[in-house]
Design a protein around this ligand. Structure first.
Ligand code: MG
Length: 383
């Protein structure tokens, strides 16, 4: 297997990737993290051959960190791109947010395999990612558990035979609450996810179901599925990771432990498989429950469907407004229900444009952030 480059190396996906890589005996050729940290210093020591890149900050910070770890450190987005573009690599993109798109494009342009955990790459830049895939001859293997499941359910099937793609959602920590019961929820409550252990933004996105909305858009691009053929069903125990219904009425579902090491490993070893990184899964005494989404309590899902269907820059606007609103919620500045209201008001205020270039995405992202902040501050000044 190819040597690995791990982007977002100190995050949840990054550390689980490195655990899988160690077990498989894969070479780690590059490590990138947003900031210098003790965790990154430890990784640099553990992988003495790896190029070390810090995505954000000043060259001076990079110099200090280089002295600390005793080898060169590259700094900035160009360095991340150059790391992703080194040929003959599998690039695991575990970056959080739209910042991950540039690296995905660079890796695919160089013909690399991208193990994609950064769903925003496809959400904000779907058409660009598809074009890079065609141009560079690379591969895009999803790491997101639902999409890994769908990738496996769809393997060997003809696209015309697919009737529906069914994404499962855990429902998040607030499943079963109505809108009124969501008014006073705190960041601490939102961060307590029932099954998956993830970063802060994605955990809040799971609580609003915006994460599922982004995943619908991700599935649309990955599997060329129209939005009316993608459905979401709540499945609290996260054992069925997603399913596909075919035109003959047969359903294929992907079942197993909610353990991110499994989809990560699949993305590295595909089309082969390697030994289970965790405990075996037993079907005995398993109860599988499914329920519809409460779309009034969790309007984020439908916002994502409509932004996805509108296409162009609207998914990038959706994502950027959500990033701004989630940050404000985590900082204690806005309520939980305001998150999706801010996203909705931002979508209404920003004009749709086509995505023909990376700059189109950057411009839409910047405009949406500005508008989302303006929406927030005008509401605050009315209080
Ligand atoms: Mg997921």
């Amino acid at each position: 297997m190819r040597a690995l480059v791990v982007l977002g190396a100190t995050g949840s996906i990054g550390s689980q990737t490195l655990e899988v890589a160690d077990r498989l005996g894969l070479q780690v050729a590059g490590l990138a993290a947003r900031h210098p940290s003790d965790a990154l210093a430890r990784l640099a020591a553990a992988y003495p051959e790896a190029r070390v890149v810090i995505a954000e900050g000043e060259a001076t910070g990079g110099k200090r960190f280089a002295e600390r770890i005793g080898r060169p450190v590259e700094v900035g987005p160009d360095a991340v791109r150059s790391l992703a573009a080194q040929s003959d690599r599998t690039v695991v993109n575990g970056v959080v947010g739209s910042a991950g798109l540039a690296a995905t494009l660079a890796a695919l342009d160089s013909g690399n395999r991208v193990a994609l955990a950064n769903k925003e790459s496809l959400v904000v830049g779907g058409p660009l990612v598809k074009a890079a895939l065609g141009r560079g001859g690379g591969e895009l293997i999803p790491v997101d558990s639902e999409h890994s499941a769908l990738h496996q359910c769809l393997a060997g099937e003809h696209p015309d035979d697919v009737a529906r793609i069914i994404l499962t959602a855990s429902g998040g920590p607030f499943r079963g609450r109505d809108r009124g019961q969501l008014e006073d929820v705190t960041p601490e409550e939102a961060l307590a996810h029932p099954t998956w252990d993830m970063g802060a933004r994605i955990t809040v996105d799971s609580a609003t179901l915006m994460n599922k909305g982004l995943e619908v858009i991700e599935a649309h691009h990955l599997f060329d599925a129209p939005f009316d053929k993608i459905e979401v069903v709540v499945h609290p125990r996260s054992i069925v990771h997603s399913a596909v219904e075919f035109i003959d009425g047969a359903l294929k579902a992907h079942i197993g432990h909610p353990d991110m090491r499994i989809p990560i490993q699949y993305a590295l070893t595909y089309p082969r498989r390697a030994a289970n990184p965790g405990e075996p899964f037993s079907l005995e005494n398993q109860v599988l429950e499914f329920e519809p989404v409460d779309r009034r309590a969790f309007p984020g899902l439908d916002l994502a469907y409509s932004a996805g269907a509108a296409g162009g820059t609207m998914p990038a606007v959706l994502n950027a407004a959500d990033e701004v609103a989630v940050e404000a919620f985590l900082g204690g500045h806005i309520s939980f229900l305001r998150i999706t209201e801010i996203v909705e008001e931002t979508l209404e205020s920003v004009e749709r444009a086509e995505v023909n270039s990376f700059d189109d995405v950057v411009a839409a992202d910047a405009e949406a952030r500005e508008v989302a902040r303006a929406v927030m501050s005008s509401a605050n000044s009315r209080l």
